[in-house]
Structure formats: structure tokens, C-alpha cells
Design a protein around this ligand. Structure first.
Ligand SMILES: *[C@@H]1O[C@H](CO)[C@@H](O)[C@H](O)[C@H]1NC(C)=O
Ligand SMILES: *[C@@H]1O[C@H](CO)[C@@H](O)[C@H](O)[C@H]1NC(C)=O
Ligand SMILES: *[C@@H]1O[C@H](CO)[C@@H](O)[C@H](O)[C@H]1NC(C)=O
Length: 276
């Protein structure tokens, strides 16, 4: 009540006074030093929060190991992919230009499997996992030479069978750290039609040898190469001009290949059409 009597001016002036009151030197109801204190409080407060955040983040990062992921609930099941990286492969035998894209793609992909490169890697024991001590930081790699793919290596037949109308397709499983498939994983491809299609697998039986497992991760295992299986589709004249659906699956092991939601888990389907 007493306050009201001290302000003889109208409503308008009291509002102005609220913004800046020259008598008390208050700005928005506070003096400059009061505002300065509030500002200081927030600077210190947010500075403290930022410091806390950085500290906890730093402590967390100290506990991480560059070489192995920290949380792995379970080892994932790998997907299967093909090279050339197309799910529809159309080959016109009489037009090298047309299929050169596939040949080039295979050639590029096999560069790291060059025999001269792979000779520097280990000759591992066939049929056994290649387990390595945790201590060794850079893991050794089992050699996989492209010449093992024989007729699909692109060495003797530089068109990988595309010129003769019996094209090769390479299959590989995605890298999964720590994966050790049980059993003897191999590739089985089937063409979706009434009469079976003859196919040839390389290396023999289309197996993924256990020696290429486990994979220790990008940093620990930088030169790792995945095992490959090549399948050569032995098409004949009467198979030309008909699109074929081919499905390949990883069989013979505990790796899953029939997940309803993931059609690339342990399997892959592609269409192939060869014309003359
Ligand atoms: C295949 O290529 C040849 C030569 O380029 C061409 O004459 C022919 O029409 C092509 N065939 C098909 C089915 O595209
Ligand atoms: C792979 O080998 C071929 C011949 O065998 C050679 O021309 C090519 O340069 C080699 N590539 C690498 C990356 O060593
Ligand atoms: C490949 O799969 C087909 C169809 O599922 C099956 O009939 C055939 O026995 C399999 N071959 C091998 C070697 O497992």
C-alpha cells in the first residue's frame, strides 16, 4: 500500500520504471550488480555441468579397448553377398563391352587375393580355427590365393566364363568378429526350375575353411581376407535367353540361412540371363 503512494505518476510511467528505474537504478527490477551475480551463477553452473559431462565421458573412454568391441550380446549371423555386386546379371555373350562391367568388378575385387600378395600370409592348418593370443596386437592372416578359384580365378580365363556363357559368381560371408561356425560350412546353389542346373564350385566342394575364423576386427586384423567360394554356372545353349533365379545358401553348419525377415542372412538369390 505504501508503495503505491510513492508513485504519483500514471500507469504508463510505472511500467517504464519497471524497465529502467532511474531512482533506484534498477533494470527489470534488479540492480546491475544483482544481474551480474545471476549471470555469474549461470556461467559457473553450466561450466560445472560441462565439466562433469566431459569428465564422465573421458573416464568411460579410458575403459574402452580399441581392439575388441566392449558389448557383444551374441555373435551375429553373417549375411551372404555376391560379386559382381548385382542381383540381376545379364550377359550378352557376343558383346564383351556389355559384360565388361562384371568382369572388371570381379577383377577389382580379387586384387587383394593376388597370389603375390597372399604369399606373405600364413599357410594355416586346413580344417582348424586359427585362434590367436589376445596379446598379439596385429593378428596374422591365413592366405587365400585367387588361383584357388581355378576356372573362376580370372587368371587363365580372363573373362571369368562370361565370354563362353558359363559365368562365375563369387560368394562371401560378411565379416563378423569372433564368429566360429560349427560344422563344415559350404555353399549350395540351386536354380529355381524343374531340371537341376549343373554348377561347379571352387575351391572344391564350395567350402569355407575353418582356418579363416575367427576374425578379430578391423584394427587387430587389418589384412584379413575373407574366404571365397566361386560358383560357375554351367549353362548350355538351351539355357540361353531364359532368366534363371539362382539361390545360394550356406549349409552344413550352425549358421542360419532361413530367417524370414532377413533374406540375405546366410543366403542370397540373384537372377541371371545369358543371351547369345
Ligand atoms: C548382343 O550384342 C550383339 C552385338 O552387340 C547385338 O547384335 C545383339 O542384339 C545383342 N543381343 C541382345 C539380346 O541384346
Ligand atoms: C596382381 O597380379 C597381377 C598379375 O599376376 C598384376 O598384374 C597386378 O599388378 C597384381 N596386383 C597387385 C595389387 O599386386
Ligand atoms: C543343395 O540344396 C538342394 C535343395 O535344397 C538339395 O536338394 C541338395 O541336396 C543340396 N546339396 C547339397 C550338397 O547339400
Amino acid at each position: 500500500m505504501a508503495n503505491k503512494e510513492e508513485k504519483p505518476e500514471g500507469k504508463n510511467s510505472s511500467w517504464k520504471d519497471f524497465i529502467y528505474n532511474p531512482r533506484t537504478r534498477e533494470f527489470l527490477g534488479r540492480t546491475a550488480s544483482s544481474w551480474a551475480l545471476i549471470f555469474l551463477f549461470y556461467v559457473v553452473f553450466y561450466g560445472f555441468l560441462a565439466g562433469m559431462f566431459s569428465l564422465t565421458m573421458w573416464v568411460m573412454l579410458q575403459t574402452l579397448d580399441d581392439y575388441t568391441p566392449r558389448y557383444r550380446d551374441r555373435v551375429a549371423n553373417p549375411g551372404l553377398t555376391i560379386r559382381p555386386r548385382f542381383l540381376e546379371i545379364t550377359v550378352n555373350r557376343s558383346s564383351p563391352q556389355q559384360y565388361s562391367e562384371y568382369v572388371q568388378s570381379l577383377e577389382d575385387f580379387l586384387q587383394e587375393y593376388n597370389d603375390t600378395v597372399q604369399e606373405q600370409n600364413e599357410l594355416c592348418h586346413v580344417g582348424d580355427y586359427f585362434l590367436q593370443n589376445n596379446g598379439d596386437e596385429v593378428k596374422k592372416v591365413c592366405s587365400f590365393k585367387r588361383s584357388q578359384l581355378r576356372q573362376c580365378s580370372g587368371l587363365a580365363d580372363t573373362t571369368f566364363g562370361y565370354a563362353e556363357g558359363q559365368p562365375c559368381v563369387l560368394l562371401k560371408m560378411n565379416r563378423v568378429i569372433g564368429l566360429m561356425p560349427r560344422g563344415e560350412p559350404y555353399i549350395n546353389c540351386t536354380a529355381k526350375r524343374d531340371t537341376p542346373l549343373q554348377m561347379q564350385y571352387f575351391p572344391g566342394e564350395g567350402q569355407f575353411d575353418k582356418m579363416y575364423f575367427p576374425y578379430y576386427g578391423k584394427k587387430a586384423h587389418p589384412n584379413y581376407v575373407q574366404p571365397l567360394v566361386a560358383v560357375k554356372l554351367l549353362l548350355s545353349e538351351q539355357d540361353y535367353n531364359v532368366a534363371l533365379m539362382v539361390e545360394c545358401k550356406v549349409e552344413g553348419s550352425d549358421l542360419r540361412n532361413n530367417d524370414e525377415r532377413d533374406k540375405f542372412m546366410g543366403r542370397v538369390a540373384f537372377r541371371i540371363l545369358v543371351t547369345k
